[in-house]
Design a protein around this ligand. Structure first.
Ligand code: DQA
Length: 142
């Protein structure tokens, strides 16, 4: 069962972003662990990351045709991209939104995500564990 794990802008720089907020691990390290976890759960995880809004729209369209569910951290775009919200709205598969940090304990502009009301569930504040929890939740949903 194919699950897309989609990360947005600047998440390719994990490991270099403020450690107190985002931790030490690189995206590659996080994804390696997730790939193993996904296999254990009977999923085939496919990882996408882009700093480009249009590319992320295309990946979400691809998920519409090919994936059984998506786990998304659209990073800063979560807070203001109507294009990405519209792309997610097309989907008829489960959507789980993840944020590494607790967006509600940070600046006001991070408190709103345009994706959340479309998602089956939202996980934030647990660092990389959030993606693992999202895989567990996806297993349950599917
Ligand atoms: C983030 C939170 C966003 O506000 C921020 O712009 C990010 C990462 C997170 O995972 O905590 O880049 O989505």
């Amino acid at each position: 069962m194919r699950i897309f794990i989609i990360n947005g802008p600047n998440l390719n720089m994990l490991g270099k972003r403020p450690e107190s907020i985002y931790g030490k691990l690189t995206l590659e390290e996080i994804n390696k662990g997730l790939s193993e976890k996904a296999n254990e759960l009977g999923f085939q995880a496919e990882f996408y990351q882009s700093n480009n809004e249009g590319e992320l729209v295309e990946v979400i369209h691809k998920a519409h045709h090919e994936a059984k569910g998506i786990i998304v951290n659209l990073a800063a775009y979560s807070h203001y991209s109507i294009a990405l919200r519209d792309a997610v709205e097309i989907l008829s598969i489960p959507v789980i939104e993840v944020h590494l940090s607790n967006i509600y304990s940070r600046e006001d502009f991070r408190h709103k995500s345009l994706i959340s009301s479309l998602a089956d569930g939202v996980i934030c504040g647990f660092g990389p564990l959030g993606y693992r929890l999202a895989l567990e939740a996806m297993k349950d949903i599917l």
